[in-house]
Design a protein around this ligand. Structure first.
Ligand code: NAD
Ligand code: AKB
Length: 310
């Protein structure tokens, strides 16, 4: 029987992924966990600090966990406030998951990487699967190192750990927690509330983005794909759309013609500039059938519709 532990389940992705996994594997077979008490997820829930390996091992053993979806991390913008602490949480947290998974011979582990693994020497347009990855944030460094450790545990210990490089994720549930792509969620909330939006990136900053529904479906599809189809054991490039703040503003104006945006770039501009504009995800499409459904227009219709209804 599949029994899943989700770390970082209070977060933007964790809260949605937990719901989707519960629908698929049975509510009580998915244990949500986070360092904070539950905010957007239901019981069963346990407080698990990913830096506490003994506690993680105890939960895995007591609950008969067979898979871990390891989402807990500190993201790009927040991570720059305390680089060594970010490294510690992102790396030691991953090591604890890898060691617990190896010790208890878990069936599978999911590790989310990010477009933050890329840097200014990476080809900016149509970034290939295998390319230069010289990240410039501590978050990107931790994801890049993490990808290689995942491949190492797979090759050395036979651990079935699977990973994707998420672009910026946009959803109408829980708000994101300290990333550089967060503007693309906040902007919808402002538009629907009738407020102008001050953007912390320049108007022409293109970044790869992905709608939450596609992210959740892609994650579960990857995890359920037959093992022999998984050819990349670092992390798969994933893409759906790329847009600039000016383009998302124009898309929202089709619903709210008077919606205004101003631009006041801050330290996050340098982070965004170091990332790529668009991603080549053909290997994920070919290996395990990745096929996103949402483009900017469809996503905007859905974001506006749901937030307005709320
Ligand atoms: P988030 O910041 O919304 O959630 C992260 C969660 O981790 C939070 O609930 C936080 O309380 C928890 N956490 C932090 N430290 C912890 C600790 N020591 N122990 C246990 N829990 C701890 O992040 P998210 O947007 O949901 O991202 C989830 C994962 O996906 C992360 O690994 C992130 O790097 C990756 N990712 C996200 C995006 C995105 O756009 N959201 C893009 C690329 C990759
Ligand atoms: C961030 O901006 O830090 C995240 C990511 C792309 O990893 N959304």
């Amino acid at each position: 029987m599949t029994r899943i532990l989700v770390t970082g389940a209070n977060g933007q992705i964790g809260s949605e992924l937990t719901k989707a996994l519960r629908l698929r594997y049975g509510h009580n077979n998915v244990l949500a966990s986070d360092i904070f008490a539950p905010t957007h997820v239901e019981e069963p829930f346990g407080i698990v600090d990913i830096l506490d390996k003994e506690r993680m091992a105890q939960v895995v053993e007591n609950e008969g966990v067979t898979q871990i979806y390891h989402l807990a991390a500190i993201l790009s913008a927040k991570g720059e406030a305390d680089p060594l602490r970010t490294w510690d949480i992102n790396m030691q947290g991953l090591f604890n998951v890898l060691e617990v998974a190896r010790t208890f011979k878990l069936d599978k582990v999911f590790f989310p990487s990010s477009i933050a693994v890329f840097g200014k020497n990476t080809p900016k347009v149509g970034t290939p699967q295998h390319t230069v990855a010289e990240p410039e944030t501590v978050y990107g460094m931790s994801k890049s190192a993490g990808e290689n450790w995942c491949q190492y545990y797979c090759e050395r210990y036979g651990l079935d750990i699977r990973s994707v490089r998420y672009p910026g994720i946009i959803g109408h549930g829980q708000k994101p927690g300290g990333g550089t792509t967060d503007y693309a969620v906040d902007i919808y909330h402002h538009a629907v509330q009738g407020k102008d939006y001050e953007c912390f990136l320049k108007a022409d900053t293109a970044l790869p983005m992905l709608y939450m529904d596609d992210a959740i479906k892609g994650t579960i599809d990857l995890m359920e794909a037959p093992k022999e189809k998984i050819k990349v054991r670092t992390s798969y490039n994933l893409a759906a759309m790329s847009f600039t703040p000016a383009e998302v503003h124009a898309a929202i104006q089709k619903h709210y013609p008077d919606f205004k945006i101003t631009y006041k770039p801050d330290f996050r501009q340098a982070i965004a500039d170091s990332w790529t504009d668009s991603i080549d995800d053909s290997q994920a499409r070919q290996d395990w059938g990745w096929a996103p459904e949402f483009d900017l227009e469809r996503m905007t219709g859905e974001m506006v519709g749901v937030l307005r209804g709320r």
